[in-house]
Design a binder for this molecule. Sequence first.
Ligand code: GLU
Length: 278
Amino acid sequence: MKKGLKWNALLLLALSFALVLAACGNKASTDTTAGEAGGEAQSALEAIKARGKLVVGVKSDTKLFGLKNTSTGDIEGFDVDVAKAIAKHILGDETKIELKEVTSKTRIPLLQNGEIDMIVATMTITEERKQQVDFSDVYFEAGQSLLVPKGSPITGVDSLTKGTKVLAVKGSTSVKNIREKAPDAEVLEFENYQDAFNALKANKGDALTTDNAILFGMQQQDASFEMVGGNFTDEPYGIAVKKGSTDLLQAVNDTLTDLKSSGDYDKLYEQWLGVKPE
Ligand code: GLU
């Protein structure tokens, strides 16, 4: 009798141990985006809904698209407002969002390792990037141009001859494009747009190159600079999600469609860019 009790107690102990293990296993898997919930694979969209918060990678160095307001600490811009509209569409509340600061160089790695659900950060849709991420429909049309001090002898990419220095940001299409369009110029690469602009102001280069829309924001920050030569590339912006996140991508595209049909897209565009979209 006594022996039986002992075995029963041991069995109970083993059972509860197994239960704890199973519970741990469940917890670990529901915490991950691609985890299993009740035996079913959880989609990217379901994971966001279960978490109750959308985590978006945005720029914090780019006036008009994503710029940190130094007095409030808030990041503000066109991209940020588009991201909030996506949070509202998915979770019914635009405040259910966490904005994570990304740069042109860090945005894809942060998406790949699951730190952010999507990138809304002045990102051009390219064939090369399509190998790594899935893109939404185009939500903004930009084009690469040049920013120079007013009165500069540089009038366009053709002026960027041997001995000239062009400033650009790591991980951007701007670097690749300018190397092709002005192969004789020296390209200096910076971590972010504020650093690149500060370098231009400090006379460390002859021109800064990136999308016209970003340069337009810099010109607003300091009127002693101007854009020259017009656009020499097309930079259609897309919102990027992890490859294969089909339902999340659909939710993003549905948001963009709604924004356009409600007229809110035009309002946001005008609010940030100061003109109506073409
Ligand atoms: N749109 C370009 C790109 O995706 C330049 C702007 C940026 O660096 O984000 O690379």
